[in-house]
Structure formats: C-alpha cells, structure tokens
Ligand binder design. Structure first.
Ligand code: CA
Length: 725
C-alpha cells in the first residue's frame, strides 16, 4: 500500500517545483464597466487591475453560470453548474464542502492552498491549508473574521486593506519549497458600498456620466422585468445605501427600513471622517428637497451619483490593495512563475436599466471580469474574445498545475486559449448556458438561457416567455426579437443551442428545486402553512398542486368528512410543478411537523400542462419529491398516486403524457414504505372517457370527484398505518 502511494505521488512531486503559483484575486459584484482596462476609463481608473491587462490578457466574453454571489463561487470551486453543485441560490443554501473542488485537488497534488476574505458559502471552507473568512456578507469597517478554530476575531481597519494584509502575511510565511494557490477574495464593491476614509471624497468634483438606460421603461421585453425590486428610483434605503442618518425624511423618494450598519461599527475617529465627508452633501440635498427644488427625475439622478461614487470608491480601495500585492510579487521575484488572475463573482448594474444589483441574464451582471497575467506563457497586452465561463476556471487551473481534470467537471479548460494568443481553438464551444433560480430578494423571476458571441436567448418558465437579443445591433438589450419574423431562424438556432446545452449539462428543470417566492400569493400560502403545521401534530400530509389544493374548495365537505379529525394537512399549491414541491420539501413549509404517518403525493400534471415536459423528465422530478419526503421524514409511509388523467379522451396528448409518467413512477414503489396507486379507473368510464360531472374542466375535480378520490384511497391509508375513521 505504502509503495503504491509513493509510486503515485512521486511524479507529481518531481514536477512540483516547476508548477506555477496561482494568485486568484476575486471580488464581489465588480462590473467590467468599472475597470478601466475594459471601459477605457469612462467612469474610473483602476491602475493596478489594469497592470494585469497590460502585462497579460483580458477576456471580453467571460460570463457567469448563475449571476449571484454564493452560486457563482460554488460554480468556480467545483467547475459545475449550480444544479449539479447544489448551491442554486443564496436563499437558505449551504455549500456541501465534501464535494470535489479545485483547491482540494491542487492541495492533494502538493500545492499549498490559502483563502482570505469573502467566502459566502455558509459551510466552512474545505481544501485550504489556511483560511480566514468573513462571516456571511462581512463588514467594510472593523470586520469580524471567522478563524479555522471556529472563533471570530474582529480586526480593526478597512476590509479590503485587511484582506490584502492577510494575503501578504501568508505569502511571507508560507513554505517556499511548494507551489501555492492563494485566493484573495474581497468584499468590495458589494452593497452597501462603504468607502474607506482615504477615498471618501474621491469623485466629489463633479457628476459622473449617466447610463443611457437609467430611465428604462422595460417596453418591448418580458413583463416580468417590471416586477424587479432593484431600482435606483424606488429601492434604495435611506440609511444603508444612501448614507443618511436618522429617520427617513422623504419616504416617497427613499426606502426606509435599514440604517447604515457600517456606521455603528466605526470608531469615533472613523465616524468623524465619515460625517465630515457625507454630512455637508446630505444637508445640501435635504435643503433642496425641503425647498421643493428637485423633480422626481433629479432625485433619481442624485441617488445614482451617490450610489455610483460610493461603489467606485470601494473599487479604488481594492485596486490599491491589488497594487500592493502585485508589488510584493514583483519585489520577491515571485511574479515570474506566478499566474495572477483578477475576476469577480458576477457583474453588476451600474444604473443600466435603472438598476443596481445583479441576477438578470443581461450583459452588465452576466459578464464577469477576467484578466490573467502569466509571464512567459501569456503574451502581454492581449485581448481574447473566446467564450469562457466561471465553470471553466477549475479545469483551467488544474490543467495549468498538471493535475488531471475529473470527468465530472462540466467546464472546459481554456489553457489552449491562453497559449494561443486568446484565440479559441477550432472545436471550442459556440454557446454558454446560464440559469438563475429565483429568490424573494429583489424579485427577479427565475430564468435561464443561452448566449453565443452575437445572440442571447432567455426563457422565463413562469410565463413561458422567450426573449431574443441581437447584441451587435442592440448591445443594451432594449428590444426582444423573439416575435420578429425576420429573426425566426436565429430564434430556432438559439433554441437548439439552448436545448443542446441543457442535454449536455443534464438540466432537467423538473428535478431541480426552485421556488415561486416572487409570486406574492405563493409566499403568503407558505407562511399560512407554516403557521398551520406549527400548531400541532400532523399525521397525514397531502402534497401536490391545485388538484390537492382543491380539497379546500370543491373538496371541502369530503375533506371534513374523511380527514377533518385525522390531523391532516393540505400542502397543495396551485400551479406547482415537481420542482416547486421539491423546493418546498427542502426549504419550505414543513415547519413544526414532527413525524407524520402518511404522505399522499400527486404531482406532475403541471409539468405536462405548462411545459409539455417529457415523461422521463417529469418522472425524475416525481422521484426527487418522493426521495425528499423520505429523507425529511425517514419513517413516513408514502401513498404515491398516478398523475390524474386529463383531457376528454384517451388520445388527448396531455393525457398520454401523464400516462407515460405513471408508467415510470409506478416503479418508485420499491419497498414497503411506498405504495403506488393509479385512480384512472375510478375517474373515467370503461372507454377511458372523462366526464364533466367528475372533472368539470377535464383537469380539476368536482365535489363528486373528491368523494371518489377519498373513497378510493381510504383502504390504502389504513394499510399504511393511518388509524381508521
Ligand atoms: Ca456578488
């Protein structure tokens, strides 16, 4: 055993000395528009990030797989899309640190690995010899850091400076004999954009240019865009974002609610400098407002200036730190054999479309900066237009380090692009896949899509809308062309890219948990059900969609008769598909339920009705639901019902789809914990025809239908251990 171990290890150790070091400098929410190497300096200058551009390569078509903090980081670490690495959104998520990551593989191959700064994946970092990370979002002023021993340490000073110092200290103390990976991960320029003392008045001398789409009315695109809660006009907090003290004086113009938590963390000396910078400007604004001198539009412009200047001030401080880090690498001679990368977890809206924040698949947040310096390997001053994505970082780093790239990684190494002056090799990907899974925060609807060098396709499953943009003709994405007959062929091509990638990456939306929290009534029903389930014992659960929810409507009398006294809970949510029930089982409304005896599950007809999903996909989604129920309540018995028939006759295409789902899910009754039952014969006549007496709209049940349902399952419920009526 020992011999074998050495035999495997020896070749790696031999080449270890030649393997390049990797310094991965990474920030949070940094849009390319705020990096002068990309923008030409329209807004600001980032001289130190620009050093990487001058001495290395800039990627102009670098994108994320899911434009939000935690998910992007999980994609980078694993080289896999969100639905595979499991970190789909920031909402109640926790990174499974037991999975394979590129730092772990580098560490195993002999690299020293270290991580300092923002982590944001809830579980402790794994795969690092040294780490010190901010808890959650962390703070700009006098931040706390989580230590490897589980303790917290408050460090005086400014966050970006401290993260740079921690990185430098580690570089100085590390073992010189081994190659290293250093991940220096900044909080900046994340909300609430609190600048350090030295840059508090930078940009004070005048106004910065407004983005041309600041007053976007979202015409000619999906109606869902208007539902956002990330507008500079309406969703900036008086204290937290706009840096005013005290109570919101103009509730019509500012969101109140959250004060500036950073201010509370400051020392008196820090507060004095802060107030000296902000208070005169704040007072001037308040005076003008009180005098009625500012129109609604002027207020939005003022808020934009406050926002963009603070954002850029935090960028400046981070850029200072990057300069110190690069200086150290130069001074110690490390630069020669060290790859330095600058990237950010996603981009950000700097007022484009009237927004701050990220999430949407529009360019400003979809795009990630990616600059790389690698002396001797990457020629200086190069620009690449190759399509790369954050899932590509892991395989690229591994290949650079001479470590075999695991099969399970979904990204592609772009080492060939680096070695080929930025040109993509002939067989390089033509499109990339994107998916955002929705969160309550900021109300951005779930969507996914595909992007090629020229076009972008977006899909919103909630409304089944497509969006198509020509990024050459319409770089600001103001006009969707999905209905344009001239673009029918492009639309078709983009849809085939989209479908091809979904197959390639194993995207089955029926089996990926997704919330509907952006829909108010759904969120409200969650809360109501939370209250209901926390009240007392629940022996019998009904899980499903509107047909199950209908026990509260046409099925009410039957429910009372059969289940009114049996501690039963109706967890049917109208319009839910398998993926929504899956989400509810993971993160939703099962609060307080201790040990239910039986769950009746009937789900899948909306996968058929809304999306005409294949039976195999929907059945896999039902399988996930059953697995989740069993995981959640290990002793529960499951009565899995075949998806009810729909449509008038057996030849109805939707009926046939449901039938095909049922043929597959019957196999889920694999042990005595799950019983499968198909009620088709109870609802249909001998020829398989549906009647309007039982199914008035040929989908939902009448009171008579609910009576049939209850009678048909009663013997099974008793068999599965529910006390008899
Ligand atoms: Ca972020």
């Amino acid at each position: 055993m020992r011999l074998l171990f050495f035999a495997l290890l020896l070749p790696t150790l031999l080449v270890a000395a030649d393997r390049p070091n990797i310094v991965f400098i990474f920030s949070d929410d940094h849009a390319v528009e705020a990096i002068s190497a990309y923008s030409g300096g329209r807004l600001n200058h980032t001289p130190n990030i620009d050093r990487l551009a001058k001495e290395g390569m800039v990627f102009e078509n670098s994108f994320c797989a899911n434009s939000i903090c935690g998910p992007s980081r999980a994609c980078i670490l694993t080289g896999k899309h969100s639905h595979v690495n499991g970190f789909l959104s920031n909402e109640k998520a926790r990174f499974d640190g037991s999975q394979e990551t590129f730092p772990k593989l580098l560490q195993k191959s002999g690299y020293q690995t270290a991580l300092f700064g923002k982590w944001h994946l809830v579980s402790d970092p794994t795969g690092f010899d040294a780490w010190e990370v901010l808890p959650g979002q962390g703070s700009y002023y006098n931040p706390d850091f989580l230590q490897m021993d589980g303790k917290r340490k408050r460090r005086p000073g400014y966050c970006s400076d401290i993260i740079t110092d921690l990185s430098l200290d580690w570089l100085k103390e590390r073992d010189d004999d081994k190659p290293f990976l250093l991940m220096c991960q900044h909080k900046a320029p994340h909300r609430n954009w609190s600048p350090p003392a030295r840059h508090l008045t930078k940009f004070d001398e005048g106004d910065l240019p407004l983005p041309s789409t600041l007053f976007d009315d979202y015409a000619n695109r999906a109606g869902l865009l208007k539902e956002h809660e990330m507008g500079i006009d309406e969703h900036m907090y008086w204290g937290h974002d706009m840096k005013f003290h005290g109570k919101n004086q103009f509730p019509g113009a500012f969101s109140s609610g959250i004060p500036n938590g950073e201010y509370r963390r400051m020392t008196d000396a820090q507060k004095r400098l802060w107030d000296a910078a902000y208070e005169p400007k704040n007072q001037a604004f308040i005076d003008k407002m009180k005098a009625g001198q500012l129109s609604k539009e002027e207020v939005v412009k003022w808020k934009y200036q406050r926002y963009i200047k603070d954002y850029l001030r935090t960028v400046q401080a981070m850029d200072d730190g990057i300069g110190r880090l690069l200086d150290h690498l130069d001074a110690t001679g490390l630069s020669e054999n060290t790859i330095v990368i600058y990237s950010s977890d996603q981009g950000f809206y700097l007022g484009e479309h009237g927004w701050y924040d990220k999430r949407w698949m529009f360019e400003e947040s979809f795009k990630m900066p990616f600059l790389i310096r690698w002396p001797g390997e990457v020629a200086a001053g190069q620009k690449s237009r190759a399509l790369i994505q954050n899932i590509d970082y892991a395989p690229t780093f591994l290949q650079i380090a001479g470590v075999e790239v695991p099969e399970a990684i979904q990204g592609e190494s772009f080492l060939p692009v680096l070695k080929n002056k930025g040109y993509a090799p002939q067989n390089w990907r033509e499109s990339i896949y994107y998916a955002y899974y929705g969160e309550r925060t900021h109300h951005v609807a779930a969507h996914d899509g595909a992007r090629t060098i020229r076009h972008k396709l977006m899909h919103f499953p909630r409304t089944k809308e497509w969006q198509l943009f020509d990024l050459v003709e319409d770089p600001q994405e103001m006009q969707s062309l999905h209905k344009s007959s001239e673009h029918a062929e492009v639309l078709g091509d983009m849809k085939s890219h989209y479908e091809k990638m979904r197959r390639q990456y194993g995207v089955n939306s029926a089996a990926i948990p997704v919330s509907r929290l952006t829909e108010g009534w759904w969120q409200k029903r969650q809360q109501e059900k939370d209250r209901e389930t926390s009240k007392g014992p629940a022996d019998l659960l009904f899980l499903g969609d509107s047909i199950t929810q209908g026990w509260e409507g046409p099925g009410y009398e039957t429910w009372q008769k059969y289940y009114g006294s049996r501690n039963a809970i109706n967890l049917g949510f109208s319009g839910d598909r398998t993926e929504h029930l899956h989400w509810r089982l993971e993160k939703g409304n099962f609060k307080g339920i201790a040990a239910p005896k039986v769950a009746v599950i009937m789900i899948g007809t909306n996968n058929t009705g809304h999306l005409q999903q294949s039976a195999a996909e929907t059945a896999a989604g039902v399988g996930e639901v059953v697995a989740k129920v069993r995981e959640r309540f290990p002793k529960i018995k499951v009565l899995l019902l075949g998806v009810f028939p729909r449509g008038a006759q057996p030849s109805d295409p939707m009926r046939m789809l449901n039938k095909a789902i049922n043929e597959r899910i019957a196999a889920l009754a694999e042990d005595d914990q799950v019983e499968y039952l198909n009620l088709d014969q109870s609802f249909l006549d001998e020829k398989g025809m549906a009647s309007k007496e039982i199914m008035p709209d040929l989908l939902h049940l009448s009171p008579q239908g609910y009576d049939i349902w209850a009678k048909a399952i009663e013997p099974k419920l008793i068999k599965l251990g529910l006390p008899a009526l």
